[in-house]
Design a protein around this ligand. Structure first.
Ligand code: DNO
Length: 395
């Protein structure tokens, strides 16, 4: 498997020189500064590629994460012709520069969502955490969204009631900041008021409506991607459940099967994100990897520990609820199958997704979830599993 590493571009406080020292060869990045819906020009793509090539290496731009989809496409609203044309043009420009694996998501408005960015770990260090009670408090009491109560378990609602009595302004500010932290790059963050305004146009939009919009997107984009040799790979919902009344349709095996059937093509693929899928108790992540193996173009390897009320906390890469060696074995089997079919270069780039904030991470400002030492620990552990499994195969 190709070892890759997410780099948020020149504004990332972790430099390419540092990333080179991790041993990763594939860089996962995006032109985060380009607003959603606008074309990524060939010139800008080439410039980003050149930055990566100049760093110690060899390293190359292996995966785009993400080429974002404009909200109007997700809502199926308004004249979308220009937006689809722009998306196809960005794919063509990426392909012309040899960048052909493109990750994206179809989550309305929000991206990955947590309620705490620095949950204390027993041995020191911090983890990202999704606390169902805190999210319920945000939804029911801060946003005061119609129908919010019905979306939460009794346990989460009880905790939300407790918080309504005790939370301070500082607690509320921390919660909003944590919830917004998943939006990558330089995009606008919402406060409570602007989030309510952004949610309004989504009122009444069902999972089926979102699926119809998704089908249109795939029909518009996948044939071009296939012609260009680009492999699109959808990132699952994180967490894999509807949130704030917004439908989510990439949350489990049935969702994935439906999406892959909408437009059947090798270009219509999946980012196997172990952490996102693993946060839902119905998902057996190694089984999902085996079922959809031929469509996996990119893997995010991380782990979560789930709790009965729907909360979860990010675990060390080899701890938590997903059997990571079993998952990696599934991915290595798929790579072996591709090699046997004469496609030895068709490897699955993987990156250590997220990481605990450890040691010097605790005093260094980086993207939430993307510290240097914690991810380096994750990569080293995953590398060890891969080496062990490969050794087993060779003998
Ligand atoms: C979180 C990431 C996601 C991912 C996007 C892909 O750490 O895995 O933000 O980049 O959802 O579009």
């Amino acid at each position: 498997m190709m070892e890759s590493w997410r780099w948020f571009g020149p504004l990332d406080t972790i430099s390419l020189d540092e990333i080179a020292q991790t041993g990763a060869t594939g860089i996962v990045t995006a032109l985060h500064e380009v607003p959603y819906g606008e074309v990524w020009t060939r010139q800008d793509i080439a410039a980003r590629k050149a930055l990566i090539a100049e760093a110690p290496g060899p390293m190359h731009w292996a995966v785009v994460e993400s080429l974002p989809i404009h909200e109007d496409i997700k809502r199926g609203a308004g004249g979308l012709t220009a937006l689809f044309a722009n998306y196809r043009q960005s794919l063509a420009n990426l392909a012309a520069e040899g960048v052909t694996t493109v990750c994206y998501n179809f989550m309305p408005l929000l991206d990955w969502t947590r309620t705490t960015l620095n949950a204390a770990l027993p041995r020191g260090g911090h983890a990202l955490r999704f606390d169902a009670g805190e999210m319920a408090y945000f939804d029911i009491h801060m946003l005061a969204r119609d129908g919010a109560e019905a979306d939460w378990s009794d346990a989460a609602r009880t905790r939300a009631e407790d918080m309504a009595r005790t939370a301070t302004d500082a607690d509320r500010e921390r919660l909003v900041n944590a919830i917004m932290a998943g939006l990558p790059g330089a995009y606008a963050r919402y406060d409570v008021e602007s989030l309510c305004a952004a949610l309004a146009p989504w009122a009444g939009i069902t999972a089926d409506d979102l699926r119809a919009a998704y089908r249109t997107f795939l029909q518009e984009v996948i044939p071009t991607a296939e012609e260009l040799g680009v492999r699109m790979c959808v990132h699952p919902d994180d967490p894999p459940r509807p949130l704030l009344g917004l439908p989510r349709i990439v949350s489990n095996a049935e969702d994935i099967a439906a999406i892959l059937e909408m437009v059947e093509s090798p270009a219509n693929g999946l980012t196997l994100c172990a952490g996102s899928l693993g946060a839902n108790p119905v998902n057996d992540v190694p089984a999902i990897a085996r079922r959809f193996a031929s469509h996996i173009h990119f893997a995010h390897l991380r782990n979560v520990a789930k709790e009965p009320d729907g909360s979860f906390q990010e675990a060390a890469h080899l701890e938590g609820d997903t059997d990571m060696p079993a998952l990696i074995a599934a991915l290595l089997d798929e790579e072996a199958r591709r090699t046997a079919q004469g496609r030895p270069d068709d490897t699955i780039p993987m990156r250590p997704d997220h990481g605990h904030a450890l040691v010097s991470d605790l005093t260094r400002k980086t993207h939430p979830g993307y510290p240097l030492v914690g991810r380096l620990r994750g990569l080293a552990e995953l590398r060890g599993v891969i080496a062990g499994l490969n050794h087993g195969r060779a003998t």
